[in-house]
Each structure stands twice: as C-alpha cells, then as structure tokens.
Design a protein around this ligand. Sequence first.
Ligand code: PMV
Length: 326
Amino acid sequence: MLIVSAPTKIILFGEHAVVYGYPAIAGALDIYVYTKIKKITEPTMIVRSREYNLEWKNGEPIPAELRPIIEGIVFTIERDFDINIRRAGIYIEIFSDAPPACGLGTSAAISVAFTTALLKHFDIRFDKDLVNKYAYEAEKISHGKPSGIDNTISVYGGLLKYSRGPPARIEQLKHISDLNMILVDTQIPKNTKKAVMMVSELKNKYRLLDDIMNTIGKLTEEAWKELKKGPNASLQRIGELMNINHGLLSAIGVSSGKIEEIVYFLRNNGALGSKLTGAGIGGFVLGIVDEKNMHKIRKLLTQKGCRYFISRINREGIQLLSELTE
Ligand code: PMV
C-alpha cells in the first residue's frame, strides 16, 4: 500500500491582476490532500472519495466529481504508456484535510497526489514534471482554461511567482521566511468564474482599472523582492503590502461585507496584514500573525464559532508517506 500527500495552496499577492498578465505569488500550505493506493484481487479499478462520499468502480458511469482524475489522468496515462489501469486490480482512496471547492486548490492537489500514486504503483517513470503534466490535464477538465499555478505549486511546494503565458513564467523560492498564516473561512461559497467575469465587466466600463491592475503587479513584484530575502524578510512590509493589495481588490469589487469584517477583525487584533485570497466575494481571508497574537486571535475566532486553518509555507510539494506491503 502506498500513501501520497500533496499540499493545497494560497494566493498571497496578485489574484485577478494575474488574469491580465501581471504576476501573482502563491504558496503551498501544510494542509494536505492524500491518495492511498493498494492492490486488490478483482481485475478492476475502484476509486473512493471520502470528501464527496462516493465510490466509483470501472464500468459504472463516471461521477462529475471524478471526471477530471479518471478522464484527465487515468485515460491519458493508459494511452501514453500502453497499460490498462482500469483492469489492473487497484483500489484508490482520496481524502483531505480541507473541504473540496473551498478555494485552497484542493482539486489540483487531488490530481497531483492521484497521479503520483499511479506513476509509483505502476513503476512508470516518476518525476515531478511528469506529475505536473498529468495533473494539469485534470485541471483542464475541472476549470476549462486554468493558469496551471495550482497544480504547479502542489507538485513543487514552496513559494512561486507566476505570470501566465504563453509561455507561463514561473520563479520558485526555496529559501523561505516563516510566515504564520491564518485562513479564516467566510462560509460564503466562492465562484471564481463569476468573480473574474465581474472584474472584466467593470474593467471594460472603466479603463482606470488598467492602472489598478498595473499597481497590483508592482506591489506583487515589491512583495517578491521582500520574500526573496528569506528569513531576513520584513514581515511588517509583507503585511503592509497585503493590506494595500486588499484595498485594491476591494476597489475592483471582489470584497464583501463578510470579508471586510474578517479582514478588520484580524488587523484590529494584531495581524501584521490581512487580505482576501483567491477569487473573493466568499472563500477565505488570509492573515499573517506573529506568535504573540496568534493565540489570542485563535481563541476569539473559536468563541465566534468561525472555521479557520493555521498554516506555514510548505517547502515540500509531493511526499510519499508510506510504501507498505500488505
Ligand atoms: O480562488 P481561486 O483559487 O480559484 O483563485 C482565483 C484566482 C484568480 O486570479 C481570481 C483567477 C485566476 O484564474 O487566476
């Protein structure tokens, strides 16, 4: 039996502007998605997802939630390597620390962990670029035209500065400063497609949004310069740049009352910076908080009944957790 983990992600700077060619910075979280794979005697393939509470066996209609990994990954690997995965006698289970479709890139992390488990199980050439390639195939089925940042960060870990292409430009940072991050759930579902469309409509109406996007691009570069200092980066500067980024995201219409409430709750309780992360409207609010204030903030959030995650930037990307023979 083999268990593989792949990290989820957070966007620290540059969301929305990245759609218009400016850079964005994403980080891998230590919130994981897992895939467990084992041999079974029946010559079939069974996939079980704990989060979606469903099970699929080869021959049955493929549920929408599993189409990306079955059609994008299994079909493609079978074709490329001339093997029959669906009749090989395997049981695969997927489970996660985070709920699905919550804006933390869980679908990409599932694809990454799932691909790795298959490549290892079938002793196919295992390298991270190959995993990234197949995970991206699944992302295309999930999201149409994804930027590719979610699968890339999940494969390699660390921090990435990403500009969409073609060709996409990716810079990776391995030497990372310790960011204590808190992710607070607005409990409002996010809709990335709708948020991107809203921004595009506003941008068509008011050309001045070009200047806002340009400013977001500049502050993202400024933040990257700071983050590149590794352990010597100024958390205060990173926090202030996050606050400016949030103000600009608010200006282009992707904040909401609930997001503002959480953003200011965090700042008023000592966060060094706070902003919406990802598409906005709903989803998560990201705060960076020093050790001294983290305990207080956690206690207050728990009292308010808010759901939150604590994480640092994860250096690792994919990890093989166990290779046991049963
Ligand atoms: O919330 P997410 O993880 O779907 O992030 C969306 C980021 C956007 O910049 C708004 C869209 C995109 O495709 O980059």
